[in-house]
Design a protein around this ligand. Structure first.
Ligand code: 6R9
Length: 651
């Protein structure tokens, strides 16, 4: 049977939990009832069971100033203590926290005792560099252990970190450093990608050419590539961190003390600094990692393949698994270096039992062929997870068969940077799985689907908007420096009772929730959120461009792909491929390589309504090679035929 025909046989697969799995599972059916009966009581119990508090909290939830939440009010904790020290104190210092694997094959084994020493040294170094409680630190680093040490050291000091994905450009880096007023930047000389060192520090140098609040740049030597050096500002990690004392007394912080800021794309050009706090965030990260991934820290080897530059890396590489005392794999490089079986080789080598990855990766592996994972022993795998975008049933079934030995439950986890932790997902061992659906809110989370009028409905196959109906511990506490934007973006569309997630959704006949992608101008490319407006403004910042419109067109591998339509200025000449190439590079420079349009069409006009709104729907038809839909509301109806003429084979 081919994988294609498998999908039509999904109903014949037995997707009920295996009794042996259910018997050992952390998640239980009773949790749904307990949380439904007493929402706050349920979360208070999670917080007390999973977190070590220096001072217990007095009030579970303060929602008096909604939508600004406070969770576990009056409680005090140190997040880094919870992720590191308490495991050592409990006698688990020898347990491996991180099996690090560099792209070139260099490895490091870091136990919890090692982690404690490294985090203490890093915290001492940051203190020496002037970082105190409440100061913000930018982290622009690859997937290496020092990145985790730095995040935890910041948490230890109560200095909120802002991790900026290594694929972002100098320009993007500058905006983020400036918005959060970061005092220190931690970076590396470079990172290994596809077998080659690729520089990182030059982007920091370029970002800091503009006025900025940065006092020190702490640089890890990773690739040994030459870097420019700014005396007085730049310091080497090995000069400053290595000589520090490896002990450091962790001070408790308020439950609502900011833990981190993470920028994500919104519907306007300016990225939003989503910020999260300590007690509630850590509670939900630890709880979900335990019940959704079914993590058993004594026996499992866990691997989340995300980059720490994204929220998945924050919650499911750093905070959740480490709070739970997990042993995990951390891999620096790309999946096809030096060969397309690298991930499966790592699973075999470390006996990974829980794998958490993204649909775009799974679809890439499908393309590379079944024979590649078949060469490796994947029998250790017992739970598979998916995150970032809807997983199509074909990819789900392939994942289950070729990676999960046809037995591992797959948890399709829906959540967002804003939600901080997993929200909608099956519980392995409890839920009968449905390929392609994230199924239902986990215990403690409440969601509904609303129609255009904002009325909840439960009919199957009707498409509506996903909303969350009760506050949850890991919810964002706001947009850094912009409380109004927080209210407008999430709590206005359907009134102040509903958190509007920005995703379309529907129920099926069984009551499962199916997520249908973004309903706003946010694209999802390989699980990364990109805003059409942000890429448009990058394009018009090029001297040759007068106007630009960007749409996300469906793409077999990446889910969506960036397609741009550009009008050149009168004085610019269209040099065909050279112009297109220059514009693609310009977007990479302004935002980062991940935002590079797959295609750019130079057009004479853009389709606009009489009120001047670009009709992206029509451009999407063009980008996806469809016949152009209803264009009757266009101000100038000849525009679409002009655009279509420019298409390959058009005119
Ligand atoms: C964790 C993360 C959030 C957006 C979200 C939605 C999409 C994430 C999904 C999913 C369907 C899933 N999304 N997980 N869609 N099924 N299991 O990805 O955060 O980068 O903020 O993206 O991603 O559209 O609104 P973030």
């Amino acid at each position: 049977m081919t994988d294609d025909s498998l999908s039509s046989h999904a109903h014949e697969l037995d997707l009920a939990p295996a009794p042996a799995f259910a018997a050992q599972a952390n998640g239980t059916a009773e949790m749904y009832d307990a949380a439904a009966a007493d929402h706050e009581g349920f979360w208070a119990q999670q917080a007390r069971e999973r977190i070590t508090w220096a001072t217990d909290f007095e009030r579970t939830l303060d929602w008096d100033d909604a939508p600004f939440a406070k969770w576990f009010v009056g409680g005090q904790l140190n997040v880094a203590y919870n992720c590191v020290d308490r495991h050592v104190e409990a006698g688990n210092g020898d347990r491996v926290a991180i099996h690090f694997e560099g792209e070139g094959g260099d490895t490091r084994t870091i136990t919890y005792a090692d982690l404690q020493r490294e985090v203490c040294k890093t915290a001492n170094a940051l203190t020496e560099l002037g970082v105190g409680t409440g100061d913000t630190v930018a982290i622009y680093m690859p997937m290496i252990p020092e990145t985790v040490f730095t995040m935890l050291a910041c948490a230890r000091l109560g200095a909120p970190h802002s991790v900026i994905f290594g694929g972002f450009s100098a320009e993007a880096l500058h905006t983020r450093i400036d918005d959060a007023q970061c005092k220190v930047v931690v970076t590396t000389d470079g990172q290994f990608r596809r077998g080659k060192p690729s520089p990182l520090k030059p982007a920091v140098d370029e970002a800091l050419q503009y006025p900025n609040p940065v006092q020190k740049v702490l640089v890890v030597r990773r690739t040994e590539t030459d870097v420019d050096w700014h005396e007085g500002r730049d310091v080497w990690w090995h000069d400053v961190v290595d000589r520090q004392a490896d002990t450091h007394e962790a001070q408790p912080h308020d439950s609502e003390h900011p833990l981190f800021i993470l920028y994500t794309s919104g519907t306007t050009g300016k990225p939003k600094g989503i910020f999260h706090t300590s007690g509630g965030y850590l509670t939900q990260a630890a709880y979900t990692n335990s019940v959704v991934h079914d993590l058993h820290p004594e026996t499992d080897v866990y691997w989340c393949t995300a980059d720490v530059g994204w929220v998945t890396g924050h919650s499911y590489i750093v905070y959740g698994p480490l709070a739970n005392g997990a042993t995990q794999v951390m891999y620096e490089g790309t999946p096809d270096t030096p060969h397309q079986g690298r991930w499966w080789e790592l699973i075999e080598k470390y006996k990974v039992s829980i794998l958490y990855t993204a649909p775009t990766a799974i679809r890439t592996f499908m393309k590379w062929g079944d024979d590649i994972p078949a060469k490796f022993d994947l029998s250790s795998v017992r739970v598979l997870g998916s995150v970032g975008e809807p997983i199509n049933p074909e990819a789900w079934l392939w994942y289950r068969k070729h990676i999960g030995g046809n037995t591992a439950p797959i948890v399709d986890t829906w959540w967002q940077t804003e939600t901080g932790g997993i929200m909608i997902s099956p519980l392995p061992g409890v839920t009968t799985l449905e390929p392609g659906s994230a199924q239902r809110p986990i215990p403690g989370i409440s969601a509904e689907i609303l129609d255009d009028e904002g009325m909840p409905f439960t009919e199957a196959e009707k498409v509506g908007y996903l909303v969350l109906t009760k506050p949850w511990p890991a919810m964002l506490r706001g947009i850094w420096g912009d409380p109004e934007r927080y209210k407008d973006t999430y709590w206005t569309r359907f009134g102040p009772k509903y958190y509007f997630a920005g995703d379309g959704a529907k129920y099926d006949e069984k009551g499962n929730i199916w997520l249908l992608g973004r309903v706003d101008d946010v694209m999802n490319v390989s699980g990364h959120r990109l805003s059409t407006a942000e890429i448009e403004s990058a394009l018009v910042s090029h001297p040759a461009v007068a106007e630009a419109a960007v749409v996300g067109a469906s793409d077999e591998t990446t889910g969506q792909a960036v397609c741009a339509f550009v009008i050149l200025r009168g004085d610019a000449t269209d040099e065909g491929d050279a112009t297109v190439q220059a514009l693609r590079n310009h977007v990479a420079h302004e935002i980062g390589p991940i935002a590079k349009p797959r295609s750019i069409m130079i057009v004479p006009e853009l389709p606009k309504t009489r009120s001047g709104k670009i009709m992206r729907r029509l451009l999407k038809d063009v980008a996806e090679g469809r016949d152009i839909g209803d264009a009757t509301t266009l101000a100038d109806s000849s525009v679409m035929s002009l655009i279509a003429k420019g298409m390959p084979g058009g005119g």
